[in-house]
Design a protein around this ligand. Structure first.
Ligand code: LLP
Length: 435
């Protein structure tokens, strides 16, 4: 939930820098990022993949959508893992960070021709094809630039993953990929084989996000392998790769479990081995795409309390509203997915009695709730600092300028030093697009 270098004694500190000094130096709201924890998490996924799959381990592709900026792209390069991008914008950041194009995998269910051409001409390692139209478009781009582009086909293995409806992606009724069950996957395979400028390397599936059990991942692998076998039986050759996507869940609340890299990689390795043996297939190279599990726990959001209000409810009870200086513009997840967070008093400790509280933002909207119900010290006052952990994934990356709020900065902390890696927007930034 909290990153490795956060501690809470007299006040919240990260790598021995206090929340108070971070707020003074960088202002609030701010995303505070534990740089060392990011490296450790990325490496632990890489190591777990390597240990579980040995010589059959492919790449960890960090899912940029969870959070990316140029500095983090440089870290990815230094760590030596790959990156999954799903738009031309994410591709631009990955390239600006110096990531080797061969370690870039390009996703998206509606890549424009311009995006495809940019990816192919940059020399990206893999394009994950999502529709029949795209087969022709990628083939044409590859022909234009005189290359043979490696591709995977994105498949929907028909799995109802145990997660929020909006972030489950592999049941039948979704916009992504080709369905195995309906035969559209087979149609895509045949269409791909008609083009000399694209090389089909294998299949991809991403079944959803914030998944906490290993079963759905194992079933997904099993279904992809069954299709690899059908391919081999039909065309008398084997495809060498599977990408099993991301989606590994993290802890948001005290007592929540997270899906550990070793646990899920070992379960997957077992499932892949068994199914390859069952179909007498050579073991394919296995890649994965964790986003949230790498970056999610590495950040917390630091807020300042602005106003406090006690409201009498219909049943006569009191509800305390604490307003902080951010809200749904930098954390849309509670409003969008009913996602739950916790918060702590960050600048001091308190022995005051706890009070049932609703933590809200400063947006002009009733649904601007960061935490619907939390027990917080009753002496919290304007000027106090609050911190919400586990906001690294889909926090800053989904932030908006709703109500013309400038988006908060990301401050990286390492070895007792804090620095801005993505600066705070200014009013000038907000005005820069107006004609
Ligand atoms: N690979 C593909 C093809 C994906 O679509 C995604 C996420 C990932 C990998 C990374 O999944 P992760 O390991 O981060 O769970 N905004 C939502 C999450 C949407 C995820 C979309 N795709 C949220 O805030 O929960």
């Amino acid at each position: 939930m909290w990153s490795a270098n956060v501690s809470r004694a007299d006040q919240l500190t990260i790598s021995s820098i206090s929340a108070t000094s971070l707020a003074q130096e960088f202002g609030t709201p701010a995303f505070i990022m534990d740089e060392v924890d990011f490296y450790d998490r990325a490496k632990s996924w890489d190591q777990a993949l390597g240990t579980a799959f040995g010589s059959h381990a492919g790449n960890v592709y960090y899912a940029a959508k969870a959070f990316i900026c140029v500095e983090v792209a440089r870290w990815i390069k230094e760590i030596g893992i790959g990156i999954d991008v799903c738009t031309g914008g994410e591709l631009a950041v990955a390239l600006a960070g110096g990531i080797d194009p061969s370690k870039i995998e390009v996703h998206g269910n509606n890549k424009s021709v311009a995006e495809i051409e940019k990816a192919v001409s940059a020399g990206v390692g893999t394009i994950v094809i999502d529709s029949l139209f795209e087969i022709d478009r990628v083939a044409a781009a590859a022909q234009k630039f005189g290359v043979v582009q490696d591709v995977l086909l994105r498949l929907t293995p028909g799995i109802e993953a145990h997660t929020h409806e909006s972030i489950a992606t592999a049941h039948e009724d979704v916009k992504f990929g080709f369905s195995i069950a309906s035969g559209s996957a087979w149609q895509a395979i045949e269409a791909t084989r008609t083009h000399a400028s694209i090389a089909l390397r294998g299949f991809h599936a991403h079944i959803g996000s914030q998944i906490l059990d290993t079963d759905s991942f194992e079933i997904s692998a099993e279904r992809l392998i069954a299709l690899l076998a059908k391919y081999r039986d039909t065309f008398k050759e084997e495809l060498p790769e599977l990408d099993l996507g991301g989606g590994y869940g993290i802890a948001y609340l005290p007592g929540d479990e997270e899906l550990l890299p070793t646990v899920v990689m070992n379960a997957l390795a077992q499932a892949v081995k068994e199914n390859c043996a069952k179909y007498k297939l050579a073991h394919p190279r296995i890649s994965i795409e964790p986003g949230r599990a790498i970056v999610g726990p590495t950040m917390f959001t630091l807020y300042e309390v602005g106003t406090i209000k006690d409201v009498t409810l219909e049943n006569g009870n009191n509800r305390r509203y604490i307003s902080i200086d951010g809200g749904m513009s930098e954390n849309i997840r509670p409003a969008l997915y009913s996602a739950e967070y916790t918060a702590v008093l960050a600048n001091r400790t308190s022995n005051a009695p706890m009070l049932s509280t609703r933590l809200v933002g400063k947006h002009c909207e009733t649904g601007d709730i960061v935490i619907r119900e939390i027990s917080l010290a009753s002496d919290i006052a304007p000027g106090d600092l609050l911190a919400t952990p586990a906001t690294g994934a889909y926090g800053r990356s989904m932030a908006s300028n709703y109500n013309h709020m400038p988006r908060p900065p990301v401050i990286a902390v390492k070895d007792g030093k804090a620095r801005v890696i993505l600066r705070r927007e200014t009013e000038a930034d907000l005005l820069r697009l107006d004609i």
